[in-house]
Design a protein around this ligand. Structure first.
Ligand SMILES: [Zn+2]
Length: 197
């Protein structure tokens, strides 16, 4: 598929209402990567296997298992400088991931393993929010001291996370990719996203 075709298929996909985080990020990766890499979905499926069954544990244990899989299973280290670390295929295969991709990857592992989670912004940073019936726990590249106040966590839907990734790519990628990010941002539905569950 040509770069132009990948870009227009990403635009179509990013406009869909029922979009999932992994689909959105796979579409972005496909429109920016020069070579076609292994589908991120298959890598996520495999990486989620050690977490199966964890969904029945307490929230704190779920969060701990998820953090352990991200840090010691996938060996992801946070990288805020390289624009490639903003693309999910690169993050999964090179182990260096922007905090937004760490949040996407963690949420997708949780979703596959039946752990209730979402992506949220708290104190300006993206987090995986593991949700129990009465408690929640944040998992991410750093620790926030104490117990996060649920009122300070703002959930982000797949469209909003895709927009955040594109905004970062536009700011730090070489001109060609920055222009592509700008075109994708302009083509994405504007205004407020419909609320995802
Ligand atoms: Zn949305």
């Amino acid at each position: 598929m040509s770069a132009k075709l990948r870009e227009s298929s990403a635009v179509r996909l990013l406009g869909r209402p029922g979009l999932q985080h992994d689909q959105a990020q796979a579409a972005l990766a496909a429109s920016f990567s020069v070579t076609a890499m292994a589908a991120p979905g298959a890598l996520l499926d495999e990486a989620s296997l050690p977490l199966f069954g964890v969904g029945e544990c307490e929230v704190a244990e779920q969060a701990h298992a998820l953090a352990d899989q991200l840090t010691n299973g996938l060996c992801l280290s946070p990288d805020r400088r390289s624009h490639r670390a903003l693309l999910i295929d690169h993050a999964l295969t090179h182990r260096s991931a922007h905090p937004l991709q760490i949040a996407v990857i963690g949420h997708e592992l949780a979703r596959r393993a039946g752990i209730s989670s979402c992506i949220g912004i708290c104190e300006g940073e993206p987090w995986i929010v593991v949700r129990g019936e009465s408690k929640m726990a944040l998992v991410g590249p750093a620790q926030i001291a104490g117990c996060p106040n649920s009122q300070n966590v703002r959930p982000r839907c797949p469209h909003q996370v895709a927009r955040a990734v594109l905004t970062e790519v536009r700011a730090c990628a070489p001109p060609d990719s920055a222009r592509r990010a700008n075109r994708l941002l302009a083509a994405m539905p504007g205004g407020r996203c419909r609320r995802h569950s």
